[in-house]
Design a protein around this ligand. Structure first.
Ligand code: SF4
Length: 371
């Protein structure tokens, strides 16, 4: 979709095209935006069409005033003559959907992204207001695949073959939400936007061309089920894993910590040898506060460490430092405390997430590489 968009723009005479993105950076794993660009073959777009590639993480940024707070937004996004927003059609474990509005969070400096995972202010409210500020001229949602239980790779992609394009991001997102099986009113950032801009949530002010929403709608799950007593995801119950507390993530856990949270869950599954863990708990995010009752409390990241500073209920704390922590730091902390975990097992898990699409008709790797 990116390649075809560039081609069309070029054919229409646009000579100054740039692509901007900002991934989570993991220096230890060598993972960053530039690697993503290289993996997607965007270098070819640079060569063939003169496209400039901007890793938004490199800045520059402008501090933009939102009244109660300010956020640093990429100058490249702010200065664009014509901003094209290219989200994919996916569900999200916090905001239910991640479409045009949510995609724009990628234009923020990392620190500002983290600020949006605020203790008191809802993430959806930040999402709504960033959308108001950037207000793209075109939103084009790539729904060749739709992601269930997104936003990460442990979700499940479905081939859906639909694109949504609109000059009005709200209309594009109301339609995108409906395609994923949600009423727009279920999505808090769309509800907030509708209330402050006098827009209906039922799509009645949007004309749909090229097919009906009902024809393409595919209701997908967005949430990961968790055990009510906080002893981990439902998968732990199925596997008979007991003897630990692992409360569900909340919106205060940033994306950078979220994917590492998955590493810990997978590591615990790998380390389980049929015996209950010895009364341990894992806490992450800004609201995670131990109520006690455990032999050891793993505090995952600076936020959880700060939230539990001087917490008298904690018998022994294991501080996994960092914002976010590193993969090696997490594995070291687990191993130092008798939980056998290694990166190879995690790599196998990650590979299995990719392998689940192999030999499945409709899943084409070509869709993820420029030709
Ligand atoms: S420790 Fe994790 S949750 Fe806290 S600000 Fe850093 S990345 Fe976000």
């Amino acid at each position: 979709v990116v390649e075809e968009t560039v081609k069309l723009l070029s054919e229409m005479g646009c000579s100054r095209i740039s692509i901007g993105e900002s991934t989570i950076e993991d220096r230890e794993l060598g993972s960053d935006t530039k690697n993503a660009f290289a993996g997607l073959g965007y270098g070819l777009l640079a060569k063939k069409y003169g496209v400039k590639l901007h890793d938004f993480n490199d800045g520059p940024f402008t501090k933009v005033d939102f009244g109660d707070y300010s956020l640093e937004i990429s100058d490249h996004a702010l200065a664009a003559d014509f901003l094209i927003n290219l989200p994919v059609l996916k569900t999200h474990s916090n905001t239910k959907v991640s479409l045009g509005f949510k995609n724009l969070k990628g234009c923020l400096r990392t620190k500002s992204k983290m600020f949006c995972h605020h203790r008191e202010l809802p993430l959806d409210s930040f999402i709504c207001r960033i959308g108001e500020k950037l207000s793209p001229q075109l939103t084009l949602t790539d729904g060749i695949y739709a992601l269930e239980k997104g936003p990460a790779i442990n979700g499940k992609a479905h081939r859906t073959d639909v694109l949504v394009a609109s000059g009005d991001m709200f209309s594009a997102d109301v339609t995108g939400a409906q395609l994923l099986g949600f009423a727009a009113g279920d999505i808090l950032h769309l509800r907030e936007y509708a209330a402050s801009h006098g827009r209906p949530l039922d799509g009645s002010d949007t004309e749909v061309h090229g097919g009906s929403v009902e024809e393409y709608a595919r209701p997908l799950e967005w949430d990961w089920k968790w055990q009510e007593d906080d002893s981990g995801p439902d998968a732990f119950k199925r596997l008979g894993i007991t003897g630990l507390s692992f409360p569900k993530y909340d919106h205060t856990l940033c994306s950078a910590c979220s994917y590492l949270n998955n590493l810990m869950l997978v590591s615990l599954i790998g380390a389980f040898k049929g015996e209950p863990f010895g009364g341990i708990e894992f806490l992450g995010g800004k609201n995670a506060c131990s109520g006690g009752g455990f032999n050891k409390t793993f505090l995952f990241g600076s936020c959880a460490i700060r939230a539990n500073r001087d917490n008298p209920h904690i018998r022994e704390s294991v501080k996994i430092k960092g914002c976010p922590p590193t993969v090696s730091g997490i594995l070291r902390a687990l191993n130092d405390h008798g939980i056998t975990a290694d990166i190879e097992a995690y790599k196998l898990y990650r590979n299995s997430q990719a392998a689940k699409y192999c030999d499945q008709s409709g899943f084409m790797e070509d869709h993820f590489h420029c030709e």
